[in-house]
Design a protein around this ligand. Structure first.
Ligand code: TXA
Ligand code: MG
Length: 330
């Protein structure tokens, strides 16, 4: 069988094309030393939303942002001495840090899935490094497989799993590590291992001293899901879903042509009813309307299809304990 037309060998020309696709908001699959990533410009909400649509995920997971070097990472997250030490020892390489977003962080809120942290990594694969250097920007990239499938370690796996849902696949042959990167959470006072990978817990403890093992053995590879994370974002205001009648002291999140009147303030996630656009706007809209000037936030029904499932999952989580917390998620 011939390779699909959008699966390209890693020539200079094709790497330049891939960088152009990223700059245009497209999706590019590329090899890292761990697994193939499904990349998009991490500053572009709509491009990041397209990642979730292509993977057909029923929920938003925060994504790893890939950077050319540690300096590039410092533009977006708060580095501390622990991050500096680990970066010096393990970057470029299969280790991801979860760090607080900087106040001026220009990354899409969607890469954080509403959290106040971002996962960052400087990959070691020469092709990934070439692409990042050409693109000169941050690339959000989960593993390049459809939801529920295993991570791809060859370009052919990506083509089989995602087909035409990815604009371009850079073929760099098989991945050397073949397992996703180690994820260590450095956003709290005590470092915590969220996912096992090629950099081991022992190596992390040698570098940092105490490191909590926060991986969940029962779920194998699965790390703490965003829903279990302490600082998972939910608005301070009560959130009311599937709203049809809106009162004049509420803020309203509308979608498509469904914009009931009567709200004090209305934000439409996508006036044209496009779920990718709605996902791109979701977290920024929740933050914008989370204002004590309103009694609560009402949300019109969002279609339970495609990315709508992930939007609804997030809204349900955000509404579950809404209005009960003193501090809120930010
Ligand atoms: O090796 C890898 O890490 C590959 C290559 C492409 O770099 N990427 C990858 O991405 O495995 P993904 O999206 O499949 O896994 C990212 C993991 C998820 O388990 C996610 O929950 C965790 O990192 N993660 C990302 N951002 C996080 C955050 N802000 N807080 C906690 N966990 C985070
Ligand atoms: Mg994955």
């Amino acid at each position: 069988m011939n390779a699909p037309g959008h699966m390209l060998p890693a020539t200079d020309e094709n790497i330049a094309r891939a960088a152009e696709r990223l700059a245009a908001g497209g999706l590019v699959a590329f090899p890292t030393e761990t697994v193939y990533g499904l990349g998009a410009d991490a500053r572009n909400d709509a491009a990041v939303a397209r990642i979730f649509a292509a993977k057909n995920r029923p929920s938003f997971n925060p994504l790893i942002v890939h950077l050319a070097d540690a300096d590039a990472a410092r533009d977006y997250v708060e580095f501390d001495t622990r991050a500096e030490a680990l970066a010096a020892q393990f970057w470029p390489g299969p280790l991801t840090f979860v760090l607080p977003r900087r106040p001026d962080c220009a990354l899409s809120l969607l890469v954080s899935a509403g959290l106040d942290t971002v996962a960052v990594r400087v990959p070691a694969h020469p092709l990934a490094r070439d692409l990042l250097a050409r693109f000169r920007g941050p690339v959000a990239a989960p593993s390049a497989n459809a939801s529920g499938e295993v991570s791809p370690t060859r370009a052919e796996h990506v083509a089989a799993s995602l087909g035409a849902r990815v604009d371009l696949i850079l073929d760099g042959g098989p991945c050397a590590v073949g397992l996703e990167s180690t994820v260590v959470d450095l956003s709290g006072p005590a470092p915590a291992l969220l996912r096992h990978g090629a950099v081991t817990l022992e190596q992390l403890r040698e570098a940092l001293g105490e490191v909590e093992d926060a991986t969940t053995p029962a779920e194998g590879e699965a790390p703490r899901s965003p829903g279990q994370l302490a600082r998972h974002y939910a608005p301070r205001l009560p959130l009311r879903l599937n709203a049809t009648d809106i009162s004049n002291d509420e803020a309203l999140i509308a979608f498509g042509a469904n914009t009931p009147s009567g709200a004090r303030k209305t934000a439409n996630l996508s006036p044209s009813g496009n779920l990718i656009e709605a996902a791109a706007n979701l977290f920024a809209t929740l933050r914008e309307l989370d204002d004590p000037a309103f009694r609560g936030i009402a949300v019109v029904p969002i279609p339970e299809e495609g990315l709508g499932r992930a939007i609804n999952d997030r809204l349900r989580r955000a509404s579950a304990g809404s209005g009960e917390r003193a501090g809120g998620g930010l």
